[in-house]
Design a protein around this ligand. Structure first.
Ligand SMILES: [Zn+2]
Ligand SMILES: [Zn+2]
Length: 108
């Protein structure tokens, strides 16, 4: 099959662009039967935007997960250092920092 350069109009920027014979050949080899609806620069822009948005949302999600695990400021009953605990500390409950918690657990 012989390909010829085709003049097409971009659906995004309405500019005329050339769907070159080489591009048509590539399309054909990938099994695409439709002509591209966008010029090369608009296609690249779309691709870049999609890539960055998926990467960005993935990163945001993992950040939200980490901050959503609520931590409460507390003072360690053992060494009086400020620490954070994953539960709401109450007056009559002993709170330990991770160091002292391990000490208390293994020491008794
Ligand atoms: Zn375009
Ligand atoms: Zn401590």
């Amino acid at each position: 099959m012989i390909f010829k350069d085709k003049d097409l109009q971009c659906a995004d920027c309405n500019k005329d662009f050339i769907f070159t014979a080489a591009e048509q050949e590539e399309f054909e080899s990938r099994g695409y039967t439709n002509s591209p609806r966008r010029c090369t620069s608009c296609r690249n822009e779309r691709k870049a935007r999609q890539n960055s948005s998926t990467v960005g949302s993935y990163r945001n999600d993992s950040n939200i997960d980490r901050t959503r695990r609520q931590m409460f400021p507390a003072v360690c009953s053992e060494c009086k250092k400020e620490t954070q605990v994953p539960f709401k500390p109450s007056e009559n409950k002993l709170v330990y920092c991770s160091n002292c918690y391990n000490k208390v657990r293994t020491g008794r």
